[in-house]
Design a protein around this ligand. Structure first.
Ligand code: F6R
Length: 603
């Protein structure tokens, strides 16, 4: 969470460039923001509570010529969103922006207070600022001060530091939080991710953990902890700035929903026809763990279902923040699959590190190229879904499901469980999926119609069986996070064991039935809710169009029938669009829902 950017330039536009970059990082947090800049005489600072537009408004009233700036957009962890708690923080000679959490800030603060330091904010970052200042006062060497401070700090951080007595140079380092260095003719950058700098350059380097960087407008120098210079590869980004624009869509979420047919088709083309899973031999492992958070965990449940049902391989799915409590189950014969869109989620990263410590082999299904998780796994399978800006994931989730499908098909082949006819049918389906997904999107009127029925309700339920029950979890999360409606997802057969008591006259129940073998049972469960007054929205496939749904459904959504290797994708896309239209009717901030941030880099 939180986004940082630093820019030092031969020109005098560092503030406008840093601000433009910061806007592309707003998905990482948006409760306050701030910037520190050198105006040729002194380091000045402007902060604002709320969205970056508030900071922009303040800056627009100033006439600033500045060659160096560091800026921050915040997702509060220590202390409420306020100008005092907003970054940058300034103590003594040090000005700092920080992404991460300083775990031992309380004890450091006590030590520093004893040495005479005073604090204005409630943040851990102000303590880190003071600590760097203290280290600098001891050694009078800027890089050494940063190295020494990092040795005394426990936690995660990406730091951009400006020292008062060298105000056009940025010093940067990172541990467990992302940071990239960008290079341009006019100047150089250090930012939380490449999206912040792509309008200015596509040349970048990744910083290793505990690497230290000195950035001037013309030279970037990398050092290890001993302050020996290191070299770092300069890469060329393949994503371009246009991918970070809405391109005519009302919201990034809508744009990303519309991108799914192509993204999913590309995955099937890439990984089905020419997959490189030859180094994942399922039979070599005693147990398979799949670990992720939120929507990525929901995609993992689809993966587990497919793995068990079709490849006959049992697997355990665990929420990443809970995985350490299953530590006893991790052995050198464990295959851990971690799933992460951002590749930076702290809980997932901690799980992968724990498993590696225990000798497990770790495969990552990751979107963000070059992210920490992608770099630390033994094997990374990229989803290549392109940048996802909306805080609520859409193409991130479906692309993870698509990769799981290809992985499971590969496992089936390895085990001789896929005969030629079946393979040809599935291949034909997956390599021609795009029009089916476009068809789901084309039914916008149906989703709006349903949204109008449900948007004023307080509670809502999703029910389904088998793979549909996992899709319900994702549909429910999508609705909750962007529309703020209370929604719960239940296995259809489980509702009657308690929760059905919450169904009353008019309660909306979105029911999903895509699998022929489970169809009748699910319909029975729907009728149980209908008998108690539910308003039923029924999601099914065109394979069932002979059934008269009116008996139990008030509204129906029909998606194209596919095999279970891809069925979750069209269904969830319909649910994404229902959530989107509902949130819109409720006047919610769809791309930046309250209290959330895109990249959850705190545990
Ligand atoms: C929900 C959502 C989150 C993420 C979760 C994991 O819309 O986006 O639940 O899925 O925070 O994030 P990644 O996949 O980046 O590890």
């Amino acid at each position: 969470m939180c986004g940082i950017i630093g820019y030092t330039t031969k020109r005098t536009d560092s503030v406008s460039v840093a601000l433009a970059g910061l806007k592309n990082l707003e998905y990482r947090g948006y409760d306050s923001s701030g910037i520190a800049f050198y105006d040729g005489k002194k380091l000045d600072m402007v902060k604002a509570k709320g969205k970056i537009s508030n900071l922009e408004e303040k800056l627009s009233q100033m006439d600033i010529a500045s060659s160096c700036a560091i800026a921050h957009t915040r997702w509060a962890t220590h202390g409420e969103p306020s100008e005092t708690n907003a970054h940058p923080h300034q103590v003594g000679k040090v000005t700092l922006v920080h992404n991460g959490i300083i775990e031992n800030y309380a004890s450091l603060k006590e030590e520093l207070i004893a040495k005479g330091y005073e604090f204005k904010s409630q943040t851990d970052t102000e303590v880190a600022t003071a600590y760097i200042d203290y280290c600098y006062s001891l050694c009078n060497n800027k890089l050494q001060a940063l190295v020494d401070a990092c040795k005394g700090i426990r936690g995660s951080y990406a730091f951009n530091v400006i020292y008062e007595d060298e105000p056009t140079t940025i010093y940067a380092t990172r541990k467990d939080s992302p940071l990239v260095i960008g290079y341009s003719h006019e100047g150089n950058f250090a930012a939380s991710d490449i999206s912040a700098i792509l309008s200015y350059t596509n040349k970048y380097s990744l910083i290793d953990e505990n690497e230290f960087v000195k950035i001037t407008s013309s030279i970037v120098t990398f050092y290890n902890e001993d302050l020996t210079e290191t070299s770092n590869e300069i890469k060329t980004a393949t994503w371009d700035a246009a991918q970070y624009q809405k391109n005519g869509y009302d919201h990034f979420m809508l744009k990303e929903i519309y991108e799914q047919p192509k993204v999913i088709q590309d995955i099937f083309n890439r990984y089905y026809s020419d997959c490189d899973y030859s180094d994942i031999h399922f039979e070599n492992f005693d147990n398979i763990h799949i670990v992720a958070c939120g929507s990525a965990m929901h995609a993992s449940l689809v993966g587990k279902y497919l793995l068990q049902t079709y490849a006959k391989i049992p697997a355990m799915v665990e929420i990443a923040s809970e995985y350490r409590y299953a530590e006893e189950l991790i052995t050198p014969k464990t295959l851990l699959i971690v799933v992460s869109q951002s590749g930076e989620t702290a809980d997932t990263l901690a799980a992968l590190r724990l498993a590696k410590e225990k000798g497990a082999y770790v495969v990552g299904i990751v979107n963000a190229v070059g992210s920490t998780i992608s770099r630390e796994v033994n094997k990374c399978i990229y989803t290549y879904a392109g940048p996802e800006i909306a805080v609520a994931t859409t193409k991130g989730y479906t692309s993870q499901v698509a990769v799981f499908s290809t992985l499971v098909l590969n496992a089936m082949k390895q085990k001789g469980l896929l005969d030629e006819t079946q393979e040809a049918e599935i291949k034909d389906e997956l390599l021609n999926i795009k029009p089916k997904l476009e068809q789901v999107i084309s039914q916008r009127d149906t989703y709006l119609d349903i949204a109008k029925d449900i948007y004023s309700h307080k509670d809502l339920f999703f029910i389904g069986r088998g793979i549909d029950s996992t899709v319900c979890m994702e549909g429910s999360l999508k609705l909750k996070e962007i529309s703020y409606m209370h929604s719960e997802s239940y296995s259809a057969g489980e509702l009657k064991h308690g929760t059905i008591s919450l169904i009353e006259e008019g309660t909306p129940v979105i029911s999903i039935a895509t699998n022929e073998n489970l169809f009748e049972k699910t319909v029975s469960n729907i009728k149980e809710t209908k008998a108690r007054g539910s308003y039923t929205i029924f999601v099914t496939t065109d394979a069932h169009d002979a059934v008269d749904f009116r008996e139990f459904a008030d509204k129906t959504v029909i998606v194209p029938k596919t095999s279970e290797f891809s069925q979750a994708i069209p269904v969830v896309m319909a649910l994404q669009l229902i959530a989107y239209e509902t949130a819109k009717l409720r006047g919610c901030d769809i791309d930046k829902p309250r209290n959330l941030a895109k990249s959850v880099t705190v545990e």
